[in-house]
Write a protein that binds this ligand. Structure first.
Ligand SMILES: [Fe+2]
Length: 380
């Protein structure tokens, strides 16, 4: 969890609107979220969970306006582990299965492994659940969600749905996340997740493979009171530019320091190449700002979300993939680009097998059918 944003808040104040969540786990006597795994390395892991602490009822006359519930966030940082080793854990040791899970530490040396990427899981919970059920069968070493995990980052019921759907997966599989616009830069996101670095943009390694997560959403700043309509656009452009310039320098530095990486996978939420007409210009602006940075550093693949379909584009030797078929309503593909290699309007996820000399990226649809298979050579 991000300490700066937490301001030592111990309790999450949770607004449960009418129509409370009915997931089995939350109806159980020990109402809680998790446990779930993050910040895995070859010798360390963070196990997080939240326990329900109570509820405050807010009324107007006799009408209940909202129930404000409280969860307490917990985490255990386990150190001194052996690489590439499977462990079991039990955060309660109370004789029940509620706090039990297992994990496998990352390898320290280059070694074949499989990971999964999906995105935009924010709605259609039945679709999200089906995709998660398929991912569990893939038994990945870890999962990366390319953003828009939930519909509204400020809504705790949305997060309860998210964690309930993922419960069987994330108590056994580390889950890395990318900030999407629907996360609303909310404190809930930073409270629930423990991510490396500043948590908005960060990197981690598995053997000689480098994984970089970028934040293309921008800084969380309240609109200053002095802002007027006529200068608001300029203010936000300047603020965002400062933030992204700093992030770009950080990225260049990380890439320069990891020149020998066998594979480099970069994740961010909005697209670099869009085939949705209303977003083509926005993607072009993004490419103008970030330029050829991914190609110049021979990034293995860039993986985005945001546009709800599957899209594979290729430019300058780098594969740009949009994987955003995790649950949000699908978009029409109405502006195919010269860089487009393959596209399909379908719910899906990516299984990526990192091998000794190459990686195989498979786009797999919700029914288990292969959409596309991409083979990418190891960098060195
Ligand atoms: Fe989005």
């Amino acid at each position: 969890m991000k300490i700066a944003r937490l301001s030592k808040i111990t309790f999450l104040f949770i607004i449960i609107l009418s129509g409370t969540f009915s997931g089995n786990k939350l109806l159980a006597q020990q109402k809680m979220i998790g446990p779930y795994l993050q910040k895995m390395s070859h010798d360390e892991v963070t196990i997080s969970w939240s326990t329900y602490e109570g509820v405050t009822e807010i009324k107007n006359s006799d009408k209940v306006i909202q129930d404000v519930s409280q969860y307490q966030q917990h985490q255990s940082i386990i150190t001194g582990l052996e690489p590439n080793t499977t462990y079991t854990y039990d955060v309660f040791k109370d004789g029940t299965d509620i706090g039990k899970g297992s994990f496998t530490t990352f390898p320290e040396e280059p070694k074949p492994f499989t990971f999964v990427t999906l995105g935009d899981t924010r709605s259609r919970h039945d679709v999200h659940q089906k995709i998660v059920n398929r991912i569990i069968k893939e038994d990945p070493l870890f999962v990366v969600n390319t953003g828009d995990l939930v519909g509204r980052g400020n809504s705790i019921p949305d997060w309860e749905h998210f964690f309930d759907i993922n419960d069987r997966l994330i108590r056994h599989t580390p889950y890395y996340t990318v900030l999407g616009n629907h996360e609303q830069n909310s404190d809930n996101y930073f409270n629930f997740f423990s991510l490396p670095g500043n948590e908005s943009y960060y990197f981690f390694t598995v053997g000689d493979a480098l994984f970089i997560v970028l934040d293309m959403d921008g800084e969380d700043i309240n609109t200053p009171a002095y802002l007027k309509d006529e200068n608001e656009d300029e203010f936000w452009q300047n603020i965002s530019r400062d933030y992204f310039e700093k992030e770009k320098k950080w990225l260049e530095n990380v890439l320069n320091l990891n020149k020998d990486a066998g594979y480099i996978f970069v994740f961010f939420h909005p697209t670099y190449y869009s085939i949705k007409k209303s977003r083509v210009a926005e993607a072009e602006m993004r490419r103008e700002f970030w330029g050829d940075i991914f190609e110049r550093h021979h990034v293995t693949a860039v993986l985005n979300g945001h546009d709800h379909y599957y899209h594979h584009a290729k430019h300058g030797g780098t594969d740009y993939i949009v994987t955003a078929g995790g649950g949000a309503p699908l978009y029409d593909t109405d502006a195919i680009q010269p860089e487009t290699v393959k596209y399909k309007k379908i719910e899906h996820y990516m299984r990526i097998d990192v091998k000794k000399k190459h990686a195989i990226l498979k786009a797999i649809d919700i029914n288990g059918q292969l959409i596309e298979e991409i083979k990418v050579k190891k960098r060195k």
